[in-house]
Structures are given as structure tokens and as C-alpha cells.
Ligand binder design. Structure first.
Ligand code: 5AD
Ligand code: SF4
Length: 474
């Protein structure tokens, strides 16, 4: 059997795409491997969002080149594919810069990988079309065994692309215009995931809360309505969504945080900056106070919600005072987690042409200050969950014997010690302690009875699909 090694960079959309690429390749006789040296086919699923992310592909290709030569010396061929957003943005440039590459495949073309690989045997290929046919329709149906092997949580792409054109961002160029998948297709895929044993779905899109899919009733459904329908699917215990834009945080979506118990109390809502001048220059089309008000409304609906965000420091022209407004917004809102970045000029985006670029040293210093504040808030949020009782979705065995690893409703990593649980179980535990990256909890309720292997602790809602995957740790 041939082997494929896929390495994915960037966002969750890329994680989803990488999984689907292996689904497309499975019927072609490719088994997945985590060992690049074993692979007959290497796929780098790349990210173009910042220069650093985009450059990673070239350093990785350097390593792949050495590997390909070593395999060739041993009489084995290796095909190298660059997929994802760098592929989309740079296309044939990649072939020029990296001789090792056999094919370049954009994020809207990977359903054609089998044909592309066949064509690559005759000569190097670039396929970065935005095809008319729906990529998702061309992808194979989900295979229950493959889904289950990936775990009890899954990403489900419901929307791709972006029409917002933030002035710093490449996404509208790499992923194209906003497209929402029809409701029936999304629900069908979600049911297949649930039947395979998935307990938590994160609905994803570059602008997921702008979702506007065609409903079975012929009407356009928004994300809130979609989440309500997903919540009806048997076996699905938890729903999440990412990533959102403040302008699309509608009343119905905020209400879903109050009304839908399956919707986890976590919201990733990028704000990028705290200064109204910078926000306007970023073309965000909202002010810092509007963001604060959205947060207030979300917290009214779901007081325990964990908020997360993205920040950019050193956007062109950002002054010390304007950066101070970002720090003030952080202090006002209080985030449970966050991602923060130095502004990185991206080719083809309006902000990249601004004359007043902020010096690197200033960006470095601002990022350090911002990250220190955000890290303090993250730790404070984690400390505040100590002593609380929380439902933890068990995902896999922990790092040490006797441990299980799962997630709290607030997306914190939780290690449960000394419990007999299976992936997919939802255990009600008391959080005992906060480590630097994980929370720790003791085994729930009834002590494990070694003579009765079928008995689950009383406070565990047993996963209806656990049968094949149950494991015991004492
Ligand atoms: N420079 C730095 N960060 C960026 N992001 C997007 N484009 C850039 C850029 N040019 C960040 C934003 C976005 C996240 C996914 O990446 O914060 O929300
Ligand atoms: Fe990176 Fe954006 Fe592409 Fe995701 S969509 S991989 S964040 S460039």
C-alpha cells in the first residue's frame, strides 16, 4: 500500500481540508502515515496569513528535498504536493522556487487530487482554479471508521471565503468570496459524524457567523438556526463555532448562547485592535465600544462565557497611544484566551502599501506587553474555574498512565486522574487545580470496581458509541 504524509499549517479550515484530502486519497490506495520518510506522497497544506507562516513552507520543502533524494537513492519515488493558501496565492511561483515540488493545488481544487497526481507523472501541475462545481459534492462520503479514528471531536466546514476585505488580510484573495454550504448538506455530514461516534462538532468558516445557507424550506438560514438544527442530532452533545466577525454577531446568535445547552460557553470573536482610528483603517467597520457592547450582550445571555480574540499589533500608523487603547480594551473585556500577532504586510492587501509601517522593534515590544496581559488573564480565568464542577468531554488517554485528557465547556484542557472512562464520555468532575496549560480533576463519583467492568461511574453520561473504543486506566 502507498503512504501519504500530510502536514497542515494555519487555521482549522486547513485541518478539515487535510482530513478530507486523505479521504480523497484513501480509495486511491493511500494509507496515512505520520512518518514523512515513509511517504510516497508528501502534501504540505500551507497557510498564507502572515509572512512567517508562508515562509515555513519553503524551509519545510528544503527538508523534503533531502528526504526525496535519500528515498530516490534507495530506489523509491516521492511525489511532493503543495496545497492550501500559499498554493493559491503563489501558484506557479512555487514550482520556480522549489524544484522538488511536483504539483501545486489550491484549497478549492483538492477534490481533484487523484487526477492531479496522475497528471503529475507526466509533468509538473498547477491547479488553483475556483471550479464551478461544488468541491464538497465531489468529496467522498465520510467513512465511519476513518472519522472515529480521528477522535470524538470534529471540525465541519459550513462556510468558506470572506467578503469583508479587512485591509491587512489575504483571505478574500486566497479563499475567495463567501460561500455557505446548503443546510441539508451540513446536517447530513453532521449526522454521519455523530453516527460514527463524534460527540462535539465545531462548525467552521472564515466568517462562520455570516453563514447564510440555503435551507430545506428554500429560505436562507443563518448560523443560529443551523446550530438549533444541529443540536437536534442524536449523539451530538456539544457544539462550537469559529471564527466570527463582530458585525455578524446577530441577536439570534447571541440568544442561542442562552437557549441552546449544547452550544458551549466559548466565543472566539476577533477584535484586532482597540483604537477606533486603527479599526477604521483596518476596514473592520465597527468601533471598540461597539465590540464592548456585543460582549456585554453575549455575557447577559451566557454569563459564564469564555471569550477569546485575535489581536494585531503594529498595524501601519499605529501610535503608542492607539496601542494603549488595545491594552485598555483587553483590561475592560477580560479574555479567557487569545491569539496575538505582529502586523505582517501581505502582498496584494491595501495595508501592505501604507507608507507608515511600524518598526519591527516597536512591534516586538508591543506584542510582548500585550501577550503578558493576555497571559495573565488566561491564568486568572483558569484559576477561577478551580473548585467548580464541570462537564468534561473525554477525548483520549492522558500523557501519564492513569490520566485522561479532555476539554471543559470553556475549551480548557482538563486532565482527569484515576478514572475509568472512554473517549466520548462526558464526566462531571470537580476542578482541583490549574497547571500552566491544563486543569486537573479527580475521577468522578463512584470508585472503579475492577470486578464489574461494565459499570460506569454514576456521574458519567456514557457515550452510546463507546463500545469499541473503551479503555481502562487504573
Ligand atoms: N498580519 C498579522 N496578523 C494577521 N492576521 C490576519 N492577517 C494578518 C496580517 N497581515 C491575524 C488576524 C486574524 C488571524 C487569523 O490572523 O488577527 O484574525
Ligand atoms: Fe491561513 Fe487564512 Fe488560509 Fe486559514 S484560510 S490557512 S488562516 S491563509
Amino acid at each position: 500500500m502507498k503512504k501519504v504524509y500530510v502536514k497542515s499549517y494555519g487555521c482549522q479550515m486547513n485541518v478539515y481540508d487535510a482530513e478530507r484530502m486523505t479521504d480523497v486519497l484513501a480509495p486511491e490506495g493511500y494509507a496515512q502515515t505520520d512518518v514523512p520518510e515513509e511517504a510516497d506522497l508528501v502534501v504540505l497544506n500551507t497557510c498564507h496569513i502572515r509572512e512567517k507562516a508562508a515562509e515555513k513552507v519553503y524551509s519545510e520543502l528544503g527538508r523534503v528535498r533531502v528526504m526525496k533524494q535519500e528515498r530516490a537513492a534507495a530506489g523509491r519515488e516521492t511525489t511532493v504536493v503543495v496545497a492550501g493558501c500559499v498554493a493559491q496565492a503563489e501558484g506557479a511561483e512555487i514550482l520556480k522556487r522549489a524544484q522538488v515540488v511536483d504539483a501545486v493545488v489550491g484549497p478549492q481544487s483538492y477534490q481533484r487530487l487523484p487526477e492531479i497526481l496522475r497528471a503529475a507523472e507526466r509533468g509538473r501541475v498547477v491547479d488553483t482554479e475556483f471550479p464551478i462545481e461544488d468541491k464538497f459534492d465531489a468529496l467522498p462520503a465520510l467513512d465511519a471508521r476513518r472519522v472515529r479514528a480521528r477522535g470524538v471531536t470534529a471540525f465541519l466546514t459550513v462556510q468558506e471565503g470572506c467578503d469583508k476585505f479587512c485591509s491587512f488580510c489575504v483571505v478574500p484573495y486566497t479563499r475567495g468570496a463567501e460561500v455557505s454550504r446548503p443546510v441539508a448538506k451540513v446536517l447530513g455530514e453532521a449526522r454521519a459524524l455523530a453516527e460514527a461516534g463524534v460527540r462535539e462538532i465545531t462548525v467552521i468558516g472564515q466568517n462562520v457567523n455570516a453563514y447564510h445557507g440555503e435551507g430545506p424550506d428554500g429560505r436562507t438560514w443563518g448560523l443560529a438556526r443551523l446550530l438549533h438544527a444541529l443540536a437536534e442530532i442524536e449523539g451530538l452533545a456539544r457544539l462550537r463555532y469559529t471564527t466570527s466577525h463582530p458585525r455578524d454577531m446577530g441577536d439570534d446568535l447571541i440568544a442561542a448562547h442562552r437557549d441552546l445547552p449544547q452550544l458551549m460557553p466559548y466565543l472566539h470573536l476577533p477584535v484586532q485592535a482597540g483604537s477606533d482610528r486603527v479599526l477604521a483603517a483596518m476596514n473592520r467597520k465597527h468601533t471598540a465600544d461597539e465590540y464592548r457592547r456585543i460582549v456585554d450582550r453575549v455575557r447577559d445571555a451566557r454569563p459564564d462565557i469564555a471569550l477569546s480574540s485575535d489581536f494585531i499589533v503594529g498595524f501601519p500608523g499605529e501610535t503608542d497611544g492607539e496601542f494603549g487603547e488595545t491594552m485598555r480594551l483587553v483590561a475592560d473585556v477580560g479574555f479567557a484566551s487569545a491569539f496575538s500577532f505582529k502586523y505582517s504586510p501581505r502582498p496584494g492587501t491595501p495595508a501592505a502599501d501604507e507608507a507608515e509601517q511600524v518598526p519591527e522593534a516597536v512591534k516586538v515590544e508591543r506584542l510582548a506587553r500585550l501577550q503578558a496581559a493576555l497571559e495573565e488573564q488566561r491564568r486568572a480565568f483558569n484559576r477561577a474555574t478551580v473548585g467548580r464542577v464541570a462537564e468534561v468531554l473525554v477525548e483520549k488517554p492522558g500523557r501519564h498512565p492513569g490520566q485522561l485528557a479532555g476539554k471543559s465547556p470553556w475549551l480548557q484542557a482538563v486532565v482527569i486522574e484515576g478514572a475509568r472512562l472512554a473517549p466520548g464520555d462526558i464526566a462531571t468532575v470537580r476542578i482541583d487545580r490549574a497547571g500552566s496549560n491544563s486543569l486537573f480533576a479527580e475521577a468522578p463519583g463512584v470508585p472503579f470496581d475492577a470486578t464489574n467492568t461494565s459499570a460506569a461511574p454514576s456521574s458519567v453520561s456514557t457515550n452510546v458509541f463507546a463500545g469499541e473504543a473503551a479503555f481502562a486506566v487504573d
